[in-house]
Design a binder for this molecule. Structure first.
Ligand code: PHE
Length: 503
């Protein structure tokens, strides 16, 4: 008993047993590959056909392969610099080979691994010494790994079958993710079983099978006469991926709704700010290392932003000697030019303080979700562009204990079971604390918080305690999705995005 589709597949296989799904599609005139797979998996469940699966592995050039080949691999550049002198202090390697600091240890590791250099101590400092192998490699031109990279680049997106590549070489390059990418192609073939062959020899009949009962069939009793197709949960079906929000969007929405449920109103603002609002107003000294805590992206256009002169004067006084806040200020000098410098906001605390300056009277309960920018080196928990979850509570009897309560409540509502609080430091809060959350058994810092200092609130006539916090949204996302590398949130890995359950 076969459906028309099954019959077509079986007949096609009679002429070309073991053919690929694609060629059966062409031979039997199916318009979609899925139809062939569907019919084939029914034939398989009836024992007439076996579906073979073969995974072909390919190696293809990674995103940084082109650049690495043009500029030379770090160890190749280091070798060149070393070959010129035979000996080189490790401290001089970056300058001599024209490489970034981060590349040095990578280059040295590979120099040693390949036996191109020895590391010795001379006059108390580590030096690289060229080996005979290194010398030979330096004059030999492109190494086999560079040849392979060039070959892969020539092969385009599809890459080169893994079997055609020296496995040792492939392994070594594969460890360097951005250079070489592994690809897999699944090839499916269809084979007649003995039963299938016999069925073909006997000639096959097509009979309609009913896959779905209708009320009509039940009423007329026709269901007794038709052939009901058994249900097969293992039958092939293409995966369907519905649309869903991007994980970062999803976390933004979740956090927004939590704060709204807790009675907060949302505030927004611009990415471009003056150093004055981003830092000076927040009592971050102009010449203090605390300013380096936020490695800042300053703008060249606009280079400066206007600042209200009266407010600038008040803040200047506070920086110099504390003004009438009871503080002694930072002393030193205060530069108006420094204050006017335009930058990409380094934190959303700037939105908070702007809002507070316009709403100095209690109660104030606001939050913001916004992008921030810093000159960070990218790693598993840092991005140069990220989102902060910021907020404040200002009311008459607000206290540090209340801040702890708000933070606990917020994380609890997000579904985080455990948070840990540690003392922290920010130039604009006292006391200050940091919130940590457990991710796979390790505590991950989520962000800072504290009570604004009088130096921050006085210029705006704020009379009551202000509880403030700024948490990292991408870090919240890491915990929520259980991922240990923040970068994956923005890598557009369709496999992961599709497989991810809705939060
Ligand atoms: N602005 C701080 C940061 O960027 C966080 C913070 C906000 C700390 C408010 C205290 C009060 O890390």
């Amino acid at each position: 008993m076969l459906s028309a589709g099954e019959r077509k597949v079986l007949l096609a296989l009679g002429a070309r047993d073991g053919a690929s799904v694609e060629s059966v599609q062409a031979a039997a005139g199916f318009s979609e590959l899925v139809e062939v797979m569907n019919a084939a998996s029914w034939l398989a469940s009836k024992g007439l056909v076996r579906i073979g699966e073969r995974v072909d592995r390919y190696l293809a050039a990674g995103p940084e392969a082109r650049d690495a080949l043009d500029r030379g691999l770090p160890e190749r550049r280091a070798l060149k610099a070393l070959a010129a002198t035979g000996m080189l202090a490790v401290a001089d390697l970056a300058a001599a080979a024209g490489m970034e600091k981060e590349e040095v240890s990578l280059a040295m590791g590979h120099l040693k691994k390949r036996g191109w250099a020895d590391i010795r101590r001379a006059d108390g400092q580590p030096v690289l010494e060229l080996t005979p192998e290194g010398d030979a490699a330096a004059s030999a031109g492109r190494g086999p790994d560079e040849e392979l990279l060039a070959h892969l680049l020539g092969a385009g997106d599809r890459g080169v079958p893994e079997g055609e590549v020296d496995p040792k070489l492939a392994e070594a390059l594969r460890g360097r993710r951005a250079l070489v990418r592994a690809r897999e192609e699944v090839r499916r073939t269809l084979h007649l079983t003995d039963l299938g062959r016999r069925a073909l020899a006997r000639g096959i009949t097509v009979k309609e099978e009913v896959a779905q009962l209708t009320p009509q069939m039940l009423k007329t009793g026709r269901w007794r006469r038709v052939e009901l197709r058994p249900y097969d949960v293992a039958a092939y079906a293409p995966a369907l991926h519905g649309g869903k929000p991007h994980p970062v969007r999803e976390v933004l929405d979740r956090v927004r709704s939590v704060f709204k449920q807790m009675g907060f109103a949302e505030i927004r603002g611009d990415f471009v700010e003056s150093a004055f609002w981003d830092m000076d107003v927040l009592f971050t000294p102009q010449d203090h290392p605390a300013r380096d805590m936020q490695d800042t992206l300053y703008l060249s256009s606009p280079k400066e932003m206007p600042v209200d002169p009266a407010l600038l004067e008040r803040v200047r006084r506070i920086h110099l000697d504390g003004g009438d806040t009871g503080s002694r200020g930072w002393g030193g000098e205060y530069s108006e030019r420094e204050a006017r410098r335009a930058l990409l906001r380094t934190h959303t605390t700037v939105l908070t303080i702007r809002h507070l300056s316009e709403h100095p009277d209690p109660p104030v309960k606001v939050f913001s979700l916004g992008r921030c920018f810093r000159r960070e080196s990218v790693d598993y928990s840092h991005l140069p562009e990220f989102h902060q979850v910021e907020g404040i509570v200002m009311e008459e009897n607000a206290s540090f204990a209340m801040l702890v309560g708000v933070m606990r409540e917020f994380y609890q509502r997000l579904g985080f079971e455990d948070i840990r609080l540690r003392p922290g430091y920010f130039p604009y809060t006292e006391p200050s604390m940091e919130v940590e959350v457990l991710l796979r058994g390790k505590w991950l810092e989520m962000g800072g918080s504290g009570v604004f200092r009088p130096e921050v609130t006085a210029p705006f006539g704020v009379k009551h305690p202000v509880l403030a916090w700024g948490q990292g949204l991408e870090r919240i996302a890491m915990v929520m999705y259980g991922i240990d590398d923040m970068r994956s949130l923005y890598e557009t890995d369709l496999g992961w995005l599709r497989a991810r359950p809705l939060g």
